[in-house]
Design a protein. Structure first.
Length: 385
């Protein structure tokens, strides 16, 4: 009888104990949620990361509490899985991506005004100066620099210029008159500085040397470097820009030299014999293993006139060297060359670009195109010999 009364009492106490534990767990869970609640007024961008961390901790606590009160038969693996899920659902907090600053040089409010004497220098200045410069060139396409008469507009342009570029070596001495008349104080850059010059014949006309320096790609690299230096002098803020432009253009000049070498490769050196209107291609011939047999006008200047004796000597040299072609130039009247060709019994190959670039749309409207066009025309003529 006594044993039967004890069992119901024990069960009743056990039931109350279990109910008490469950109530304690529920109250504990409710207390955690209340403590970790985040007021809406503090949920700003600056506290986003701490909020995410708090929510994750609360979720983890609640999940852990729930795991401890699951029904019998729940395994430890199930509990661990619930805990892991709570951790991985919290938003990840990552640092904002950083971008390396890009160095740019703002173009000047007003472009640098550059005055260039020749078409070649105008092209060089545009390539080096880019969108920071406004280039005015005195000579136009196919103009003859050896026989130029300055105008009032030239003095006006010089007065407005912030930088003046000249070829030097006597080619554009007429610039002196323009500078004097304009009163300009702009720096003057002689682009021939640093170039090893071909010697003249000792006459007053050629005392300074051969002025056709641009017909060597190696010389052209020096010329554009002088231009970049001058631009940096008057526009220091653009120094890095001009250096980058210079590097890129000098690479194009190196590529041009490679292209011209390839053009002449099929032509045996012994066939590379040149007769032209005037002696303008000495630097070019030195660079690409070409022999100058003579010129219709045996002078660095096409303003000179050949004597009958000089014409007869040229005809003899043409025949002795088995030359089959005379090359004329875009800036020079071909009449005398045609007479020599007829007497010597050879062909005329026209349109070499000697002293100036060609007009827009022609094969010689830029320096790079001009030199490559000259090479192709020469190679075609040499193959006839």
């Amino acid at each position: 009888m006594t044993a039967k009364l004890v069992k119901p009492r024990f069960r009743l106490r056990l039931t109350w104990l279990v109910l008490g534990l469950m109530l304690a767990l529920i109250l504990a869970a409710c207390g955690d949620n209340t403590n970790t609640a985040v007021p809406a007024t503090t949920a700003t961008a600056t506290t986003a990361a701490p909020v995410a961390t708090t929510v994750a901790s609360t979720t983890l606590a609640a999940t852990t509490a729930a795991a401890t009160t699951v029904a019998p038969g729940t395994t430890a693996a199930t509990t661990a899985a619930a805990t892991t899920a709570a951790v991985t659902t919290a938003p990840a907090t990552t640092a904002a991506p950083t971008t390396a600053p890009v160095t740019t040089v703002a173009a000047p409010a007003t472009k640098i005004k550059v005055l260039a004497t020749t078409t070649q220098l105008g092209d060089f200045a545009r390539n080096i100066g880019g969108d920071r410069v406004e280039v005015t060139q005195i000579l136009r396409p196919d103009d003859d620099p050896h026989d130029y008469d300055p105008t009032a507009d030239d003095s006006k342009n010089a007065a407005a210029a912030q930088l003046v570029l000249k070829n030097g070596v006597g080619l554009d001495d007429w610039l002196d008159k323009i500078i004097t008349n304009s009163g300009t104080k702009a720096p003057l850059i002689d682009t021939s500085e640093g170039i090893k010059l071909r010697a003249g014949d000792g006459s007053d006309e050629e005392k300074e040397g051969d002025p056709h320096i641009w017909h060597s790609t190696d010389n052209a690299k020096i010329m554009v470097a002088n231009i970049a230096k001058g631009l940096a002098q008057v526009d220091p803020a653009g120094s890095d820009y001009y250096q980058a432009q210079l590097t890129a253009y000098q690479k194009q000049l190196d590529d041009l030299k490679t292209q011209i070498t390839q053009v002449f490769t099929p032509v045996p050196v012994e066939k590379r014999k040149l007769v032209t209107n005037h002696d303008a291609f000495g630097y070019f011939t030195d660079e690409f293993q070409i022999t100058i047999v003579g010129s219709v006008i045996p002078s660095f200047s096409d303003a000179a006139q050949p004597t009958p004796q000089e014409i007869n000597e040229l005809i003899k040299n043409i025949k002795d060297n088995n030359v089959k072609v005379i090359f004329t130039e875009t800036t020079i009247n071909p009449k005398i060359a045609e007479q020599v060709a007829q007497t010597a019994g050879v062909q005329i190959y026209s349109n070499l670009y000697g002293d100036a670039l060609g007009p827009a749309g022609s094969d010689g409207d830029t320096y790079l195109k001009m030199e490559l066009s000259n090479a192709k025309n020469m190679a075609a003529g040499f193959q006839q010999q």
